[in-house]
Design a protein around this ligand. Structure first.
Ligand code: SF4
Length: 268
């Protein structure tokens, strides 16, 4: 028996970089398999964007999932909400379904890391999965990603109007003003996320999505949070105008300027 042929798989997150990668690769690798690891708790804007990507690609995006809802996994993890130090959500809802789908076949896994980023993204521990970085290799930076998306007609997913990254509606990598964006754009989801938070006054334990805070606090302080974000944007825009005269504006575009780290598989 001959060895299995190498498969080419591109994992879409519903974000701009992996989408730009799909646009770039569409005519280069006709046999590409496009997949999306659906946690079941994604934003409606993400599903809408995936439908549009599917039309652009002219082939279906395979939807993968863990077979269980988030609530099931939360119980498995004893009610501990995932957080940047314990990212069990990524493991059980994204990585395992992807690795199950790949199986033991040799695979090139296409990863949407840009040339202007200093991270590797998700590296599988499975030796049959080889990561490849076409955006990085082609020197495509943030501006290049926007160009690809504009030229393709796909543009950006609608959630970028109030949030800077793809992923679960309750993702703990969100910045405070993005939580306010969730409250204003999807109040039902904000309150669903809030219902997961638990405070145990007896033990002094707190299980919340926000570090050093809670969604109760975010809701209470939403006007102040919005004002601070608007002031910061205005400062960054002024800085950008100054830079534009001397430098490449794309280097200081504020879109990804949050100090919080992005998820290695979810936010591409
Ligand atoms: S998007 Fe955020 S919450 Fe969802 S799996 Fe990724 S890290 Fe976890």
């Amino acid at each position: 028996m001959g060895s299995a042929q190498t498969r080419h798989i591109l994992n879409l997150s519903g974000g701009k970089d992996s989408t730009a990668l799909a646009v770039l690769m569409r005519d280069k690798v006709p046999g590409m398999e496009y997949v999306f690891c659906d946690t079941g708790v994604e934003l409606s804007e993400t599903y809408e964007y995936l439908d549009r990507i599917e039309s652009f690609l002219g082939k279906p995006i395979v939807r993968l999932n863990s077979g269980k809802p988030f609530e099931y996994w939360l119980e498995v993890y004893s009610g501990f909400l995932p957080n940047p130090r314990s990212r069990w959500c990524t493991k059980v809802m994204k990585i395992f379904p992807f690795e199950r789908y790949v199986g033991d076949d040799p695979v090139y896994s296409y990863i949407g890391i840009r040339a202007d980023e200093d991270r590797e993204g998700y590296i599988s521990s499975k030796s049959n999965i080889t990561p490849v970085y076409p955006l990085k290799e082609a020197g495509i930076d943030k501006k290049g990603v926007h160009d690809l998306l504009n030229k393709s007609g796909l543009g950006l997913p609608k959630y970028y109007e109030w949030r800077s990254r793809s992923g679960c509606y309750f993702c703990f990598f969100q910045q405070r003003n993005e939580w306010v964006g969730l409250l204003e754009n999807h109040p039902d989801l904000f309150y669903r996320a809030k219902a997961f938070e638990k405070v145990d006054p007896l033990k002094g334990q707190q299980f919340t999505w926000v570090q050093r805070g809670s969604l109760i606090q975010i809701e209470r302080e939403k006007d102040r949070i919005k004002q601070r974000a608007a002031d910061r944007d205005s400062r960054q825009r002024k800085k950008a105008t100054l830079y534009e005269q001397f430098e490449d504006f794309s280097q200081i575009n504020s879109e990804d300027s949050g100090s919080e780290e992005a998820c290695m598989i979810c936010h591409l």
